[in-house]
Ligand binder design. Sequence first.
Ligand SMILES: C[S@@+](CC[C@H](N)C(=O)[O-])C[C@H]1O[C@@H](n2cnc3c(N)ncnc32)[C@H](O)[C@@H]1O
Length: 201
Amino acid sequence: MNHFKDAAKTWDNDRTRQRNRAFANALAPIIAPFQQNLRLLDFGCGTGLLSEPFAADARELLGIDSTKEMLDQFDQRYENLDHARSFCVNLEEQPQALKGKEFDIVISAMAFHHLKNPLAVLDVLKSALSPSGKICILDLDQEDGSFHADPKAMGVHHFGFSVETLNSWARELALKLDHQLVHLIEKNERTYNVFLAVFSQ
Ligand SMILES: C[S@@+](CC[C@H](N)C(=O)[O-])C[C@H]1O[C@@H](n2cnc3c(N)ncnc32)[C@H](O)[C@@H]1O
């Protein structure tokens, strides 16, 4: 059962809009030098909230997600943008799906904690990166497992990621890592940190 199939209907709300706006603000200075020529990949794009501020000026936008219902809304959002496309694929099951493609910037918000093997997916994203490209992951800093109401039913495989884990991925894949905490999510009367991890070659 894919939790996001049902969640898609109500995914765009004040909470997710506000969160993605804050994420996009953190990404803006990294993306700015590429504008006009930008080939942008949004992995685990959902309905496309994160890429929205960058979409119009990009040369190409590809949204990848394994949930068709999320991508239906992505397609609706960008129906008037010829250079925006979606691709319904589970990148863990089909790592060859990006073969022959190249991107300047890969962005991903709140998707990596749903992956069984995030390091393997990071390696797949690296293989589709231009030499000066960057992979920008926004996700939960290591948490105590209380962020999701029902982690198992919601397809959660990781309770966020510590900076040590992200550093170990960078070492493993011979990538440079720039890590910072960029946002706070208030939920369950608690505060959860969100990091921005920028991987480059
Ligand atoms: C928490 S949602 C985030 C959506 C969007 N990035 C946002 O922040 O609004 C995670 C998304 O990752 C997608 N996803 C999870 N595992 C995936 C995989 N292996 N391949 C592609 N997409 C995946 C889900 O379908 C879901 O739409």
